[in-house]
Design a protein around this ligand. Structure first.
Ligand code: HMG
Ligand code: MG
Length: 300
């Protein structure tokens, strides 16, 4: 029998939500070209499993992220289930125009707490990213899209090392002030420890309430599960994950996949949270994508 720590038991019965990012974060870093129809089948299998909040693809520069250059086709072909929130990563107005033409339900803008990472990833500074976001967010609100804002390198940067929580809180507050419905805090290189998660949430929660936060853990050093358990007692009930644990960013060398959706669901259930997804159906999504990624999937 799993022993649930006292702080966890307070969450018994509380609903937790998984935001599935496999089709975007999971596939953007794969070396092999994955056929569009396989991506569509992967998305459809995930939404059939109840993972209705799903990052389907990204409307970014094709030479920068060639794996997602078929974003329009994927959005065109997926099944739109009732209650589904089809999310797209959007870096600028050009990306938003593409996203609107593809009938997205939500967009995710993305910046970082590290200047160097931002330069490498999106070719601009933190301030520069916000200049791009202002017209994106104005239009997104007018179109009644739901909006997420990512803060990458929220714990460690592959170029600058440890990132101070105060810096992260500043960027998260700017995204919140800009009107992002949700702020997703990214451990981009999967190096955070549970103590670092607690230290960040101590500083962050007075600035952005838990109800507006999601946590996005990559699992390079095997801490992602413990990091989720560190987030729960703070009242954070929304977590990003990728089925099969695939994922990584081409501009974050060495980063491994996101916490696997299957592992996250078991972790949340073990902590007493109510989580509605169908694990057997998620296995079918794993089976669809497994032959096309260039490496074994993470343990289910
Ligand atoms: P830029 O490099 O500054 O250049 O782009 P630009 O704005 O001058 O545009 C250069 C070319 O890209 C032009 O084409 C534009 O038209 C085109 P050209 O005239 O040379 O033929 N372009 C676009 N094409 C399609 N869609 C667009 C678009 N925008 C410009 N939206 C930009 C800036 C941000 C677009 C570029 O640097 C880029 O796309 N970077 C990719 C970043 C990325 O996708 N990284 C991975 C996702 S972030 C991540 O994984 C972290 C996360 O998971 C959280 C975590 O783990 O921490 C979210
Ligand atoms: Mg990521």
């Amino acid at each position: 029998m799993t022993l649930v720590p006292l702080a966890m038991r307070m969450h018994f019965g509380r609903m937790a939500v998984v935001i599935e990012v496999g089709p975007r974060d999971g596939l953007q870093n794969e070396a092999r070209t994955i056929p569009t129809d396989v991506k569509v089948a992967y998305v459809d299998a995930l939404t059939a499993a109840g993972l209705l909040e799903i990052e389907v693809s990204a409307f970014v520069s094709h030479p920068r992220i060639p794996q997602l250059a078929d974003a329009e086709l994927v959005f065109q072909r997926i099944v739109r289930r009732p209650g589904m929130m089809a999310i797209a990563l959007v870096p600028n107005v050009q990306g938003l125009e593409r996203a609107l033409a593809s009938r997205v339900d939500a967009i995710a803008v993305f910046t970082a707490a590290s200047e160097t990472f931002n330069q490498k990833n999106i070719n601009t500074s933190i301030d520069g990213s916000f200049e791009r976001f202002v017209p994106v967010m104005t239009r997104a609100r007018a179109e009644r899209l739901r909006t997420r804002g990512y803060v990458s390198t929220a714990f460690w940067c592959p170029y600058e090392g440890k990132i101070e929580p105060a810096k992260v809180a500043l960027v998260a507050k700017r995204l919140a002030d800009l009107g992002c419905d949700e702020i997703s805090i990214g451990d981009t290189i999967g190096k955070a420890s549970p103590d670092e998660v607690r230290a960040l949430l101590d500083v962050l929660l007075p600035v952005v309430p838990a109800a507006r936060l999601a946590l996005h853990f990559h699992d390079t050093f095997g801490n992602a599960r413990a990091n989720v358990l560190a987030g729960l007692p703070y009242g954070v009930v929304r977590y990003d994950a990728s089925a099969g644990g695939i994922g990584g960013c081409p501009y974050a060398p060495g980063a491994r996949g996101n916490i696997a959706t299957e592992v996250l669901i078991r972790t949340l259930r073990g902590a007493g949270a109510a989580v509605p997804y169908d694990l057997a159906a998620i296995d079918k999504a794993r089976a669809i994508i497994a032959p096309y990624v260039g490496h074994p999937l993470n343990a289910a």
